[in-house]
Design a protein. Structure first.
Length: 288
């Protein structure tokens, strides 16, 4: 299914609604958000009913909700917001501690724009939200991009370069694996900051094969080399297989630019943070 087009609030000041039953959590999220977005308007809601009332005050740039609220399920609130918002489309982010389990069971649907694993911390959440309402480029970030359509690749490459990313384009899995092997031989581990791949490609191997090679043959875990997979396959079982094979996240086709770039930059930043934690020097990650 296609992702609806974004139309954010008409004001340049982001309006962000955070729905969580814990006052402490709301305050902590507000604190880190203000460091990232000092001019934002923050609306914190304890319950789903409070969120419904707040919706009447005007358009929002983004909503985050916990899955479990005092008076309703977070997904039920998301469904209400989707049906009653005056905007064409409002990004709704679910914040949860069991994101991976729900992803693999495909518990998320088109009502929810994206997910965030709360175990990554509040600072990472603030950066994630900022990526939606005030995206920034990531200068020097290197993307290994695997796509067999040169027309699609050209358009996507221009999109990514517009956001400050360097793109290494391969048309098949075999070429992508060869690039990773070259980087490894040169001690530039893992080479790119993130991998972006289609599922079905020319040649004998698929995007899933590439994911499995990165995780099993090269032994690069999700934190060392994030992999984002683009897929037009709406079959939940096939999507689950990609995630269990080691994909960090999926992007549904047809691709919506803001969603793709936000997910890609987020995975890139998380990957860099994880590599710094384990002491992988930037010069060994492909930096010049």
């Amino acid at each position: 299914m296609s992702t609806p087009g974004f139309r954010l609030s008409e004001t340049t000041t982001p309006r962000i609604m955070v729905v969580d039953g814990s006052k402490v959590v709301r305050k902590m999220i507000e604190g880190v958000l203000r460091q990232q977005l000092p001019s934002m308007e923050f609306i914190g809601c304890e319950t789903g009913e409070e969120a419904k009332t707040a919706l009447l005050t005007g358009a929002f740039s983004l909503v985050t909700t916990a899955l479990r609220l005092p008076d309703m399920d977070g997904l039920a609130l998301a469904r209400y917001l989707r049906e009653h918002t005056p905007q064409a489309y409002i990004p709704i982010i679910v914040v949860s501690g069991d994101v991976q389990e729900r992803l693999e069971s495909r518990s998320f649907n088109d009502i929810v724009t994206d997910y965030f694993d709360k175990s990554l911390g509040f600072n990472a959440l603030a950066a994630f939200i900022k990526g939606y309402v005030a995206p920034e480029s990531e200068p020097g970030g290197e993307v290994l991009y695997v796509e067999d359509s040169r027309v699609v690749a050209l358009a996507t490459r221009r999109m990514l370069e517009k956001h400050g990313l360097q793109v290494i384009h391969c048309t098949c899995v075999e070429d992508a694996v060869a690039h990773l092997e070259t980087m490894k031989a040169q001690q530039r581990i893992p080479g790119p900051d993130v991998v972006l791949t289609d599922v079905y490609l020319k040649g004998d191997l698929t995007g899933k094969d590439l994911v499995q090679s990165i995780r099993n043959t090269f032994g690069y875990p999700k934190g060392l080399l994030p992999v984002l997979v683009m897929t037009g396959d709406a079959n939940p079982a096939n999507q689950t297989d990609l995630l269990r094979a080691g994909a960090n996240d999926l992007v549904q086709k047809p691709i919506e630019e803001r969603l793709l770039v936000t997910k890609l930059l987020f995975q890139l930043r998380v990957g860099r943070l994880m590599r710094e934690k384990v002491g992988v020097p930037a010069r060994k990650r492909g930096a010049a």
